[in-house]
Design a protein. Structure first.
Length: 416
């Protein structure tokens, strides 16, 4: 097709990212394997790209003779869903994290991640995801909570639910997003602890590629700004109203009249706070906004928000603070939650942390690659589907079948 195909998409991934070759270079925990690691990880990567809802169904590809022909696998080399799952357990989380960083830098070098962030700032968002929950414990790193369930007779009982949570740092500048890194929460650990660990690991390596890190109310705290500003970047958080600056800004609201932003009917108060200046070596700006216009109830639009930022006034004027704060919610409710739903497989064979990091790394790259290739393949096509969903159905879902059917005639590559 003039606007893309699965064969061309695999070629695109190889040309820009050398993805299959890099997957094959990961450290394999097996001794003298007959089933090549490259074949297993390529199966996972391309199965996840098609948004296959079950890890078992992805593993079934290893039994499909057409896909095996694409991989160059011989019958005696084996391959099954269980074996594909077990192999993920033996891989290194550190190597997956390194691969995600490499994907980010390769995407930047290829011009796929643009600098169209807030006020010219290259932005990333840090936030929490929850995934892979069940009523059975699967690994020592499972978190646990109680929940109430109702049986067929209508009787309620309390059961324990086991789950995993992860914090992600996601590039959100420009039209295409990319998760730069994941951090899995340990049992009993909070979001902020894992997030700071993630930022301390990534920000020193991202310093020249990133300007601004955004967070929600949880991140309106001294450790977040100390970590971000200490890396030479700016931080911005939507305050939950429980910070050391609250008394100062509330006094300002009582004594000073607000400035009303023309065009959007929002009242704004602004101040510089010295509350954390000793640790941060700088003052933080606090912008309090109140909506004066009426909003439909179905939008659930907040009436107030408070933005705390290290960004100077020359870059982020107080007036646009309302739009900046609301953009954080649009990012979370749009880009981030869509990605979260996509990562949440309806069935995961178990909760191994190594496997979870592997699945998240490949799933997030699959989301990014799909958007990048869609933009590339349709850029010069006059008859491409107008909607992404239509393009995805025709190229990723339907052409996949044609791609497999043609495999027996011309395999893509030899085994190894």
């Amino acid at each position: 097709m003039a606007y893309g195909s699965m064969r061309q998409m695999r070629s695109y991934a190889q040309k820009v990212f050398a993805k299959d070759a890099r997957l094959a270079q990961l450290t394999d925990g097996r001794s003298n394997p007959t089933l090549p690691l490259s074949a297993v990880l390529s199966t996972w990567q391309w199965g996840l790209l098609r948004q296959t809802p079950s890890t078992e169904r992805i593993g079934d590809l290893l039994k499909d003779r057409r896909w095996r022909a694409r991989l160059g696998l011989q019958p005696e080399q084996g391959g099954s869903p269980d074996r594909a799952a077990q192999i993920l357990d033996g891989l290194s989380t550190e190597e997956w994290q390194q691969m995600m960083l490499e994907d980010f830098f390769l995407a930047r070098r290829a011009g796929l991640l643009t600098d169209d962030g807030l006020y010219g700032k290259r932005c990333a968002v840090v936030d929490l995801n929850e995934l892979f929950n069940s009523e059975t414990i699967h690994c020592p790193q499972c978190q646990v909570r109680e929940k109430t369930v109702q049986d067929e007779k209508g009787e309620k009982r309390i059961v324990q639910e086991y789950y995993h949570q992860v914090v992600a740092l996601t590039w959100v500048s420009g039209p295409i997003s990319l998760v730069i890194g994941w951090e899995v929460l340990a049992p009993g650990e909070g979001e902020l602890t894992a997030a700071l660990r993630l930022l301390e690991r990534l920000l020193p390596r991202l310093g020249k590629s990133l300007d601004l890190v955004l967070g929600d109310g949880l991140y309106c705290c001294r450790p977040f700004f100390k970590t971000v500003c200490g890396a030479g970047l700016d931080g911005l958080a939507i305050s939950s109203g429980q910070t050391e600056m609250d008394e100062e800004i509330d006094l300002l609201r009582k004594t000073d009249a607000p400035r009303v932003v023309l065009g959007i009917d929002v009242a704004v108060w602004e101040m510089e706070s010295e509350a954390w200046s000793r640790d941060l070596k700088r003052k933080l700006r606090v912008i309090h906004c109140e909506r004066r216009y009426a909003a439909p109830s179905w939008k659930h639009e907040r009436k107030q928000l408070r933005v705390v930022a290290s960004v100077p006034v020359t870059i982020l004027p107080a007036g646009p603070g309302w739009e900046v704060g609301r953009s954080r919610w649009r990012i979370e409710n749009g880009t981030f939650n869509v990605l979260t739903r996509d990562y949440s497989l309806t069935h995961n064979y178990h909760h191994s942390v190594a496997a979870i990091v592997a699945l998240l790394a490949m799933r997030s790259f699959a989301c990014f690659l799909t958007q990048a290739y869609w933009s590339h393949a349709t850029a010069r096509s006059q008859n491409a589907p107008s909607r992404f969903v239509q393009w995805f159905q025709q190229v990723v879902i339907e052409d996949w079948v044609r791609y497999l059917d043609g495999a027996l005639l011309q395999p893509d590559q030899p085994s190894g």
